[in-house]
Write a protein that binds this ligand. Structure first.
Ligand SMILES: Nc1ncnc2c1ncn2[C@@H]1O[C@H](COP(=O)(O)OP(=O)(O)OP(=O)(O)O)[C@@H](O)[C@H]1O
Ligand SMILES: [Mg+2]
Length: 306
């Protein structure tokens, strides 16, 4: 049985920071256009750690000195829970789109220093209505995104809902990287050939542009579990450079969420935190250098007390 995931972290199959800063499949060059610092956290599967990793990497990139905006595109409205935003705080960026609420008005400054755009509280009817509105008028979402990305010092991390979504379709066209999170289990392993073939977003020229930005992270890897290590080895062999990171399973992570803390803020050292730091190092290496402290920043409408 393959064994590359068995020894101590960093996972032997995963490259050191810097080597994997580029996308899995080099995108066709877009003359005069630099990749914008937008990273999407997506997956064909639900419950794989998209929100957890998005929140943790946002905090770690902020600690590296980047100005970071975490954008919740998932109607579950859960990203805010990783930043200590009160349960009863209902406003949000996505729910404000249809009412013409500006993105700056929806900004929340969190204790971590990460700027947060919560999705906003919604229900099924409103969420379906928003998806339809975005389908008919994509600029509702892409215009404010372009405004955010016009600031080269701002790194935007977007948490997407599981599976296909209008938001992912629109954001992937702008993103530098689409991080696809999978678990070290059989159902995730079954999706590896599709990802290796570069067909996550489908076929055709437009889909190929989006597919070129896909990189994969395997979450909840257990070094002592044969199934877990077999899936890790399979992913490493199937995806090659497309596998950008692996994160250990750690029971303290759900507990941290119960205390409304980001994984990055966990007080104890954990192998998972070490892995996520490694991943944040890879991603940070591909971003523009942080802006010096003191430069003008957009003001939030609401602050979360530390
Ligand atoms: N490395 C890990 N070890 C242990 N538990 C983890 C790990 N990563 C995430 N979890 C837990 O897995 C659960 C799902 O995580 P999360 O909500 O981030 O997934 P998701 O992909 O965003 O889900 P959804 O598809 O519903 O948006 C949470 O309880 C989280 O605490
Ligand atoms: Mg989520």
């Amino acid at each position: 049985m393959p064994s590359s995931a068995r020894s101590a972290r960093p996972w032997p199959g995963i490259a050191p920071p810097g080597r994997r800063a580029g996308p899995a499949h080099d995108p066709p060059p877009r003359s005069g256009v630099h990749p914008v610092p937008l990273i999407c956290f997506a997956s064909p599967k639900g419950g794989v750690g998209k929100t957890t990793l998005c929140a943790a990497i946002a905090v770690l990139l902020r600690q590296q000195g980047h100005r970071v905006l975490a954008l919740d595109c998932d109607p579950q409205n859960a990203l805010r829970l990783h930043f200590g935003v009160p349960f009863d705080y209902e406003p949000g960026f996505m729910t404000g789109l249809a009412q013409g609420v500006g993105w700056r008005e929806a900004l929340v400054e969190t204790a971590s220093g990460v700027l947060l755009l919560p999705h906003g509280a919604t229900d099924m009817r409103s969420a379906l209505g928003l998806a339809q509105a975005l389908d008919q008028a994509p600029a509702l979402l892409t215009a404010p995104l372009q405004e955010m990305l016009a600031d080269p010092a701002l790194v935007v991390l977007a948490d997407l809902p599981p599976g296909p979504s209008t938001a992912l379709h629109l954001l992937a066209a702008l993103a530098q990287t689409v991080l696809v999170i999978l678990l070290a289990d059989a159902a995730s392993a079954a999706l590896l050939p599709q990802l290796a073939a570069g067909s996550f977003f489908g076929r055709g020229t437009v889909a190929a542009l989006r597919n070129a930005r896909v990189q994969v992270v395997l979450n909840q890897v257990e070094a002592e579990d044969p199934l877990s290590t077999a899936v890790f080895d399979c992913a490493d062999q199937t995806l090659g450079l497309g596998l950008v990171g692996a994160v250990a399973r750690d029971r303290r992570i759900p507990r941290a969420l119960a205390e409304r803390q980001s994984l990055a803020a966990m007080p104890e050292e954990s192998p998972a935190l070490e892995d996520v730091r490694h991943l944040a190092g890879c991603l940070g290496a591909g971003l523009p250098a942080p802006r010096p402290a003191g430069a003008a920043e957009a003001g939030p409408c609401f602050q979360v007390a530390s």
